[in-house]
Design a protein around this ligand. Structure first.
Ligand SMILES: CCCCCCCCCCCCCC(=O)CSCCNC(=O)CCNC(=O)[C@H](O)C(C)(C)COP(=O)(O)OP(=O)(O)OC[C@H]1O[C@@H](n2cnc3c(N)ncnc32)[C@H](O)[C@@H]1OP(=O)(O)O
Ligand SMILES: CN(C)Cc1n[nH]c2ccc(-c3ccc(F)cc3OCCn3ccnc3)cc12
Length: 392
């Protein structure tokens, strides 16, 4: 990113590397909205064998096509040992939040065979940036089939989703990536907590520590059978108002955070089997909801192992601690995740996560996750602890 040319991203309303450090540039939108009549009404041109398809995620067949494209062509770790394996139920959850637009579920297919070869999505979100509430598109699931890489298809996908977002009078976006692009608003480290160390070592996710035996390693990561916090229980529908209040209060401390209302909390945080788990602490004395924790289910395919094909991973989502120490709350989350047969519990160093990672025996991951805003400049790069946003 120092000398690298970004021929596409240099044309976009994003922070440019050359502008880094120029604090005279104001915080906020980089370009003003375009009058809707001036937004390009027709889709961008694709190379001749391909056509756009708006994907109907409600259709079992279309959802399967999306699932298969991602399962075979989406994000891999740096050593190409694992590939994200988002489930169909997870994709339906991720892509149909309150106020979603079907038109933002964008596919590219081969005109003749109708084969899905590329995908990109947006979902609407209300994001607070300091004191401003900004309606944004959260862009995700950008995927080009392995056989069609490095043909500059990605910029066309990005311009098309931008066009469709503009048509809904929305002018900002947020996204994350493992790659460095112009210009991250923050760069996070991800951490892993072993739950099933034997399998993790078996598949090459982890290595046996120096001077460590397997039995010593299993003992090191052992967790109690039951959670320890009195009043710790699964979230239920009637908890939505209290969890919303608790979460909104807690998120005020972060510079960038989702502005969740009750409908958002119901969608994003009510437990859904094999998609998202959420728990809260209800004081046995006062019945007040004092704490909350959640994690989502995102398996990875194991690309090179004979014995195992799937790594079952939990990803820390939104957590609130007001009475129970965050350390204890997250240890209860680990205990529940282990009981649900997860192999590993992942977390970013965002929000207050730094405070429990080492203590709870998380080890640092081998890469970074960069956060980006589209058409919105921040005066300063944020610390991960100033970020209150977790994208799927
Ligand atoms: C107001 C609304 C605005 C909405 C839009 C907001 C913006 C949303 C932005 C999207 C957010 C998505 C978030 C998200 O989904 C989470 S990040 C996960 C992205 N997906 C994967 O990594 C899956 C595996 N990889 C692929 O499918 C391909 O490698 C992809 C499709 C990634 C690139 O396909 P390719 O065949 O390898 O490459 P070309 O077509 O030849 O294109 C090369 C150009 O693409 C730039 N590139 C590469 N990776 C990128 C990435 N992850 N974001 C943005 N740009 C990325 C690259 O810098 C270069 O531009 P430059 O020359 O300027 O450097
Ligand atoms: C966020 N969302 C946009 C998906 C996404 N895109 N690009 C990524 C790069 C890293 C992470 C990530 C985030 C948190 C974490 F604990 C581990 C991670 O990746 C490990 C490496 N890996 C990749 C596939 N299988 C394993 C997610 C993503």
């Amino acid at each position: 990113s120092l000398a690298k040319r970004h021929r596409f991203w240099e044309t976009q309303p994003v922070g440019q590397f050359k502008d880094l450090g120029d604090t005279t540039l104001p915080e906020g939108p980089i370009e003003p909205p375009t009058p809707l009549s001036e937004v390009k009404q027709d889709p961008y041109n694709l190379p001749s064998p391909y056509e756009w398809i708006t994907c109907d995620i409600d259709s079992e067949e279309v959802c399967s096509e999306i699932y298969n494209l991602l399962a075979n062509n989406y994000v891999e770790d740096d050593e190409n040992m694992f590939r994200f394996n988002y489930s169909k139920e997870f994709l339906r959850w991720a892509l149909r939040p309150p106020g979603y637009f079907k038109s933002w579920h964008i596919g590219v297919r081969v005109k003749t065979s109708k084969k899905l070869v590329a995908f990109i999505t947006g979902v609407p979100a209300r994001i607070r940036v300091r004191d401003e509430i900004v309606i944004m598109a959260e862009v995700n699931f950008l995927c080009v089939h392995k056989k069609l890489r490095t043909k500059r298809l990605a910029p066309v996908m990005i311009k098309e989703v931008t066009r469709r977002v503009h048509l809904e009078n929305i002018w900002q976006a947020s996204y994350t990536a493992g790659v460095v692009l112009p210009t991250p608003i923050t760069t996070c480290q991800y951490w892993h907590r072993s739950l099933n160390p034997k399998k993790l070592i078996d598949v090459g996710f982890s290595r046996l520590g120096a001077r460590m035996t397997m039995s010593r390693t299993i003992k090191l990561y052992k967790l109690p059978d039951q959670t320890v916090t009195p009043g710790f229980r699964k979230m239920e529908p009637h908890d939505v108002p209290a969890v919303t209040r608790l979460l909104r209060d807690y998120m005020k401390q972060f510079v960038v955070a989702p502005d969740f209302d009750e409908d958002d909390v119901e969608h994003w945080l009510m437990p859904k089997e094999d998609v998202v788990d959420s728990f809260l602490v209800e004081s046995p004395e006062t019945h007040e909801i004092t704490d909350f924790c959640s994690f989502y289910t995102l398996p990875s395919s194991i690309l090179g192992s004979q014995n195992h094909s799937i790594l079952k991973a939990a990803y820390s989502y939104y957590n609130v601690s007001t009475k129970t120490p965050l350390l204890q709350l997250m240890n209860d989350a680990l205990i529940v995740a282990k009981k649900k047969d997860f192999d590993v519990f992942n977390a970013l160093d965002v929000m207050q996560n730094e405070g429990f990672l080492k203590e709870l025996k998380f080890g640092p991951g081998d890469g970074k996750l960069h956060y980006y805003l589209y058409n919105y400049r921040l005066k300063h790069v944020l610390r991960p602890s100033e970020l209150g946003l977790v994208l799927l």
